[in-house]
Design a protein around this ligand. Sequence first.
Ligand code: F6R
Length: 246
Amino acid sequence: MRIYCEKDYNAMSRRAAAIIAAQVVAKPDCVLGLATGSTPVGAYKQLIEWNKQGDVSFAEVHSVNLDEYYGLAPEHDQSYRYFMQTNLFDHVDIAAENTNVPSGLADDPVAECARYEQVVADLGYADLQLLGLGRNGHIGFNEPCDHFPVATHLVDLTESTIDANARFFASADDVPKQALTMGIGTIMKARKILIVASGADKADAVQRAFAGPITPEMPASILQLHPDVTLVADEAALSKLKEANA
Ligand code: F6R
């Protein structure tokens, strides 16, 4: 595992963007696994800039997003499809038909999960999967539980995730209670994993994920078993991992 310790959010974002751009330059028709949330926003901004300057092109890239809230339309400003359009897709040369996000409006969400898993499988899984890290250790919407869910599935969000995301909605009651998410198995089939973390409120999760026991109670800890993981984080997010390794 490689760890990049950057001094702040901007430096972390530039480093993460450089790793994604390097993947796209090395393999222009690669499959990028993408994440939403606040952490990757700076990296996406940087990629947009490099795309505009002609340094990196997404024209042949396919993307597969990790997850989507169940019950939100793609046009809803808190849906993950909307997030991806506004934070990346609308500003770069990726083909709309090459972007994939689970549908939050499917009548049968379980069938939608199976369809989505097949889409990712047919693309050969991600060459590079970008991940954020939940404060409770979740990756995608794989919440702490008693097993590692394998494939894309419908999940009940935990209280802690609903609380963390309430800031984006009028109230915690408006936060969807379920989501469709790639499974841990889907994520682990990516050839490379890039996980980003910023801020002191991620320090515990980073420490537990990468220096603690591998347990579904800390879903990100499974990444210790992946052969090609890069963690890009700022000093605040790495503070406890550093103490553990001191
Ligand atoms: C996003 C996702 C989530 C976030 C995680 C961290 O698609 O699947 O696992 O990556 O909740 O979110 P932020 O970056 O907002 O702290």
